[in-house]
Ligand binder design. Structure first.
Ligand SMILES: Cc1cc2nc3c(=O)[nH]c(=O)nc-3n(C[C@H](O)[C@H](O)[C@H](O)COP(=O)(O)O)c2cc1C
Length: 212
């Protein structure tokens, strides 16, 4: 059966967003992956709750870790002065510098700061990727969206949040306020993301092109 066949068929019959009744609806992995885009604009009227960040952090005891050393630690940050100081030290959308993202009033107000208890190395960085992606997928499952941020000022954020360990990534969390579309492209075509008529397009190499 094709990916998400039942979900798609249900929406075709009952309209966009319709979900089967009876029990919590859990979107299939492909749907979660598709929705798990890098959001750089969030709905300011939606406030992310601490328990939502806790639910995201709670995926970590279920994921792989190099030699199972589990050297990542997580600091939730909700809307308030701490979130303001994180916003002052993160950078978004290096591929679209002329836009100065995020647009005023759409900055994220909640974050998970990922720290490492040991100096960064390839194993820790792979653990980091697994962790960020897993937490982001959990956010998507809850109807939220994320941005993985590595372009940030480590020392000021460490000081502002009084972190006992070095922060190695910031995961912004919120209710997405952006329309993002994936565009299939082939080897050699431009891979830079772009915006047109308010839609953010992200070129992705096809699975055939990725397969060697
Ligand atoms: C390790 C890593 C670090 C990233 N750091 C930043 C960042 O500092 N600022 C930012 O705006 N986007 C950042 N991104 C988001 C990427 O730009 C994004 O994944 C890419 O444009 C593709 O879009 P997509 O995630 O929707 O597929 C990062 C992504 C990864 C995986």
């Amino acid at each position: 059966m094709a990916d998400n066949y039942l979900e798609k068929r249900y929406e075709e019959v009952f309209g966009p967003g319709a979900k089967p009744k009876g029990g919590p609806h859990r979107p299939a992995l492909d749907t979660l992956l598709q929705r798990n885009r890098s959001y750089r604009g969030y709905d300011p009227s939606y406030v992310v709750h601490r328990r939502q960040l806790d639910a995201m952090i709670a995926v970590n005891p279920k994921v792989a870790s190099s030699i199972n050393l589990q050297r990542l630690r997580f600091r939730p940050v909700v809307k308030g002065p701490e979130a303001d100081s994180v916003n002052a030290h993160i950078r978004m959308g290096r591929g679209l510098p002329e836009l100065n993202l995020p647009f005023p009033g759409t900055q994220p107000e909640a974050f998970i700061i990922v720290c490492s208890i040991a100096p960064e190395n390839p194993g820790i960085d792979i653990d980091l990727g697994i962790s960020l992606q897993s937490m982001a997928l959990k956010a998507v499952e809850m109807g939220l969206g994320c941005l993985m941020i590595r372009n940030f000022d480590r020392e000021p954020i460490r000081e502002a949040l009084n972190l006992p360990y070095e922060p190695i990534a910031v995961l912004a969390v919120g209710k997405p306020a952006e329309q993002i579309e994936l565009v299939p492209v082939h080897e050699g075509e431009p891979l830079g993301y772009y915006r047109r008529d308010g839609v953010h397009y992200v070129p992705k190499l096809t699975a055939e092109d990725l397969t060697i």
